[in-house]
Design a protein around this ligand. Sequence first.
Ligand SMILES: *[C@@H]1O[C@H](CO)[C@@H](O)[C@H](O)[C@H]1NC(C)=O
Ligand SMILES: *[C@@H]1O[C@H](CO)[C@@H](O)[C@H](O)[C@H]1NC(C)=O
Length: 202
Amino acid sequence: MDSKDARECLESGGGARCRCGNGRRKALAVFVIQGLLTAACAALSINIYLSQKHGASEQTDTGIYMMMTSPKLDGDEPRFKILWNQTVDLYDEKRVKLPCGGPYMVYLWACMKTLQTNDKVANLTIETGDKSFHLQTLQANECKEMQKVIMLSDRNEVTMKVKHDEGTIQITELLFGLHYMLGSQCFPTPLDEESYKRVSTG
Ligand SMILES: *[C@@H]1O[C@H](CO)[C@@H](O)[C@H](O)[C@H]1NC(C)=O
Ligand SMILES: *[C@@H]1O[C@H](CO)[C@@H](O)[C@H](O)[C@H]1NC(C)=O
């Protein structure tokens, strides 16, 4: 007990009870400070965790994953509903708008049933601007999966086409996804029509 504590004790007429009270007060203070530090630390950790989680999903994921909603095609185009998407939009259940130009992982699972003869095939392609990419050829009564990386532009919308002989096939299942491969490195397609004109006209 220091001299100040001792004086306070004598003034309040305390003795042994006083020393005990002082010790309890100190223990209580340490306990309260410890509690406050723990709470502050927990709050900081939660804050860091949430900001990292938020930042990560915003910066690294750009894509869409969709499921065909009906085996009936709209012309040669399937209709989709979104199962997951991040900064990629779907319009009229068919047209996908991409925010970045560059490499995309394109992947799908599909099943086809023929209703009459067994020699029919369906070709699944995606079309964007004046480009067309073949994805998969489905034979009669089979399910297939595929994946490939292709360069896509943010300038044109992307649509899927099912090219087949009319009336004889049915796509019974179709799950289709596009995922941007460069994470947060998202830029517009660097080449435009002028770039192609410059090289073609010399
Ligand atoms: C998912 O797509 C819908 C329809 O285009 C759009 O309204 C929505 O903003 C997209 N969600 C995200 C997280 O990008
Ligand atoms: C499907 O594609 C193959 C080649 O990839 C082609 O020979 C065939 O004619 C196509 N069939 C249809 C119905 O588009």
